[in-house]
Design a protein around this ligand. Structure first.
Ligand SMILES: Cc1cc2nc3c(=O)[nH]c(=O)nc-3n(C[C@H](O)[C@H](O)[C@H](O)COP(=O)(O)OP(=O)(O)OC[C@H]3O[C@@H](n4cnc5c(N)ncnc54)[C@H](O)[C@@H]3O)c2cc1C
Length: 541
């Protein structure tokens, strides 16, 4: 089966409902997970929670012993039975401990490379639960992860021996067609948002995989099929409600808490836990022109060159990327080349704009056709499910242009790469995304006209080390063509890289971090260290 991998996601992956041939069917099964990472292994040996069974008051009370946990700085600590009971009693949602039946499901992350075992999972039912969970974490100095849709490539929405503030059950969503806005809570997934907003003929930029969470995606930027027309997901944010590290629920928009509002648009989960997102919406569809075309890999240079030349000429309403991908279904993996297009303007005009690509002749597979916007957004289907247990690795890089030598390098390296390498994609960026000033939001890399992603995936975790080594080696030959990266998708990002990635916005982000999260409670992310921590080694928070 074609394992376009998750990576594609960002780009928007390959063809969705391709048709009836077995080849088409296999492509539809793209596994899309990719990336992953390594630093995962960083987690120190897990502590074994002692003496807790079912998390209801009765059983907890009946159980002796403290609960082993970890501080933000990595030290071991213990929470008393009284601490746990207090927290549990104060939540409207569920508190899940290791001995609970739902624990393994609740701790599971999209990227199987990370097998996190939190001490506590607070399944929040609303903002009040989030306030309580943050207060608890802060008062105990507990290592804390925040989970929206759970699709982090870096495994940072889980943690070992700490607290996971799980927002996946908070799924309120209200569309105001009159004012063209939508209010969405942090457990909402992309597909849910698209469905509700399209009921009114509206949409905004979100990613390309329907089961991704709006929360993590929006806070880190949010690329998608509409970004050349309307900017990133974060550019369409009108306001947020956010619980900052002191346990205060704040509203932030262009008038109130402006610094915070600036920071959450690209600064990720650094400043608090967002409990409500308000987006501006735009009329889109309901029918758009969208799909993918796939050609034999022998034509890789020709197809990539034609598509990326074409990409220079497209209007903002059009989105396109070129890719090389590996079909892992057969006995010998098969390589292919192709592109995806999406056009939200008049259908006839879209067909006319695509004329230049006709010179490539008939594709092996062609799904480009008028279709509902919601279907176009579901091209990669739903990746949730027990079968989705692959470890993923992904690297991204931004570029001003794509040279012939880069295309040669992609084709050559991909052909020779180990079979864990699923996909290399080059997206056309620019458009409305690029017209936002770099300092208008925290998202700095507005100069980027193209973005490249490499994805690798493999079953299980046992081969993580050797596969990461192999994937890094392939990326090392492509990385010199790029500068900076997409914080939401890159599985490996150290402090130095994060700092460079935010460019001249970094010092302002440090100020905001220092003001709202001086102890770096929210550190499991593309971390911006508060000034209080910057000069000291990363240790106890
Ligand atoms: C299959 C797949 C397809 C993807 N496609 C795209 C794409 O097309 N475009 C794109 O831009 N990105 C894409 N991504 C990357 C995506 O943006 C990130 O993985 C993002 O973090 C997912 O958000 P989440 O809420 O599901 O993640 P989670 O794992 O729940 O959270 C990730 C991080 O976000 C922060 N966070 C989450 N919720 C909150 C909150 N409410 N408040 C504060 N911080 C929070 C935390 O730091 C957390 O560690 C894709 C990822 C996957 C796995």
């Amino acid at each position: 089966m074609l394992d376009y991998g998750a990576t594609l996601l960002w780009f928007s992956g390959p063809p969705a409902r391709l048709g009836s041939s077995s080849r088409e069917a296999s492509i539809m099964r793209l596994s899309r997970r990719k990336f992953v990472h390594s630093t995962f292994a960083l987690a120190a040996a897990p502590l074994v929670p002692v003496g807790y069974s079912r998390a209801d008051d009765t059983t907890v009370r009946a159980t002796a012993g403290d609960l082993a946990a970890r501080t933000t700085g990595g030290r071991t600590m213990s929470l008393t039975r009284g601490d746990i009971l207090d927290l549990r009693a104060s939540l409207r949602g569920e508190l899940i401990l290791a001995a609970d039946a739902g624990y393994d499901q609740a701790r599971r992350l999209w990227n199987a490379a990370f097998d996190r075992r939190p001490a506590l999972i607070a399944r929040c039912a609303g903002a009040a639960d989030v306030v309580r969970a943050v207060q608890f974490a802060r008062s105990h100095g507990l290592l804390t992860a925040v989970r929206g849709g759970g699709h982090s490539y870096t495994g940072e929405s889980g943690c070992d021996d700490g607290l996971v503030i799980d927002l996946s059950g908070i799924k309120g969503l209200r569309v105001d067609p009159k004012h063209r806005t939508a209010e969405a809570q942090p457990g909402v997934r992309l597909g849910e948002f698209d469905r509700e907003t399209q009921a009114f003929g509206l949409a905004t930029t979100l990613g390309t995989a329907p089961d991704t969470g709006i929360a993590g995606l929006t806070l880190g930027g949010g690329f998608g099929r509409l970004d050349r027309q309307f900017g990133l997901a974060c550019d369409n944010l009108r306001a947020v409600d956010i619980v900052t590290a002191d346990g205060t629920l704040r509203h932030a928009d262009q008038e109130e808490n402006r610094d915070l509002f600036w920071g959450v648009r690209g600064g990720g989960g650094n400043f608090g836990v967002v409990t409500n997102f308000e987006y501006g919406l735009h009329p889109v569809g309901p029918t758009v022109l969208a799909g993918s075309r796939i050609f034999p890999f022998a034509r890789a240079r020709e197809v990539m060159t034609a598509v990326l030349d074409f990409a220079q000429t497209i209007p903002d309403e059009m989105y396109v990327f070129a890719f090389v991908a590996r079909d892992k279904g057969g006995s010998s993996p098969e390589l292919m080349v192709g592109y995806e297009v999406f056009y939200s303007g008049a259908l006839g005009e879209g067909e006319r704009l695509l004329e230049p690509l006709k010179k490539l002749g008939k594709a092996l597979l062609d799904t480009v056709a008028p279709k509902p916007y919601v279907s176009a957004q579901q091209a990669y289907g739903d990746w949730e499910g027990p079968e989705n247990v692959r470890s993923e690795y992904s690297k991204t890089g931004f570029m001003e242009r794509v040279s012939t030598s880069l295309i040669d390098e992609i084709v050559r390296r991909f052909e020779a790469a180990p079979t864990i390498i699923d996909l290399v994609v080059v997206f056309r960026e620019g458009g409305a995304f690029g017209r936002v000033k770099p300092d208008a939001t925290a998202f700095w890399n507005r100069w980027c006209q193209y973005a490249m992603t490499l994805s690798a995936s493999w079953a299980g975790r046992s081969q993580n080390d050797q596969n990461l080594k192999a994937a890094r080696e392939v990326w090392s030959t492509l990385a010199p063509y790029t500068r900076n990266f997409y914080i939401n998708v890159d599985t490996e990002r150290g402090e130095r890289q994060v700092r460079a990635n935010y460019g001249d916005n970094y010092s302002r982000l440090v100020e905001i971090k220092t003001k709202y999260d001086p102890t770096n409670l929210f550190r499991l992310n593309g971390n911006i260290r508060p000034r209080t921590e910057e000069t000291s080694p990363r240790s106890e928070g």
